[in-house]
Design a protein around this ligand. Structure first.
Ligand code: ATP
Ligand code: MG
Length: 206
């Protein structure tokens, strides 16, 4: 509503962002608790671009406030998955990229077709990175590096633990590469077809 006073607009906007943040935390806790068994979630063809659009739109406000730029490089790849779970994966990884990248930094997201069977979602940032000795721990529940605790951002240390579980549920793979002070790249490879029944997804249009 454009007629609202600027201060009120600002407050409402920041409230909405806070609701989003709380909702992400609750979703993470629920997912961790249910520990997502594949028989409970339905799988089908999902356009990775749609996931990227939803998540980048949802976190646009946060990213802009942090003064971090975003570039996209995407093809229309379809994977076999659950869109809610894929959104949670992308949200958690993208949010880390925003939270652990200082002002003026950049994030790039790409979606690629890597083979007949797999597509890849990659999120790279120019942020603070993770020390080599801590790399093995980032997927542990409740783990947060000393550096990120100092930044007082992000939250509970559950984000990547859940991402790991959800990627496993999709029979996907995840690679976390990081260089302290330079940045981090998270690559998620996901099957394009159903493993169980072997059904193929229709060919991807150019
Ligand atoms: P939550 O996601 O639950 O709000 P969190 O961000 O601390 O909290 P995770 O997302 O699981 O937890 O990440 C675990 C830790 O890995 C982080 O605390 C941080 O130290 C490190 N980390 C994750 N992603 C990045 C990144 N892109 N750059 C630098 N460090 C990262
Ligand atoms: Mg996180």
């Amino acid at each position: 509503d454009e007629s609202l006073h600027d201060d009120l607009k600002k407050t409402l906007k920041s409230n909405l962002e806070e609701f989003d943040r709380i909702s992400d935390i609750i979703n993470n806790l629920l997912t961790l608790n249910a520990f997502v068994r594949s028989e409970y979630i339905s799988f089908g063809p999902v356009h990775l671009i749609k996931i990227v659009e939803t998540v980048t739109e949802k976190l646009k406000g946060l990213r802009e406030r942090r003064e971090v730029t975003l570039t996209l490089d995407t093809v229309d790849a379809v994977v076999w998955g659950n869109s809610t779970a894929l959104e949670q994966i992308a949200t958690n990884v993208f949010k880390n990229a925003i939270n652990y990248t200082p002002r003026g930094g950049s994030i790039s997201i790409s979606v690629k077709d890597v083979s007949l069977y797999y597509a890849e979602l990659a999120i790279a940032d120019t942020g603070i990175g993770v020390d080599r000795k801590d790399l093995m721990r980032v997927f542990e529940p409740f783990y947060r590096s000393k550096r990120s605790k100092e930044r007082r951002r992000g939250g509970s240390g559950l984000g990547l633990a859940i991402v790991g579980e959800l990627v496993r549920l999709h029979y996907g793979q995840i690679a976390f590469r990081s260089s302290p002070g330079k940045g981090t790249t998270v690559r998620i490879t996901l099957p394009k077809r159903d493993r169980g029944s072997g059904t193929h997804i229709a060919p991807i249009e150019p």
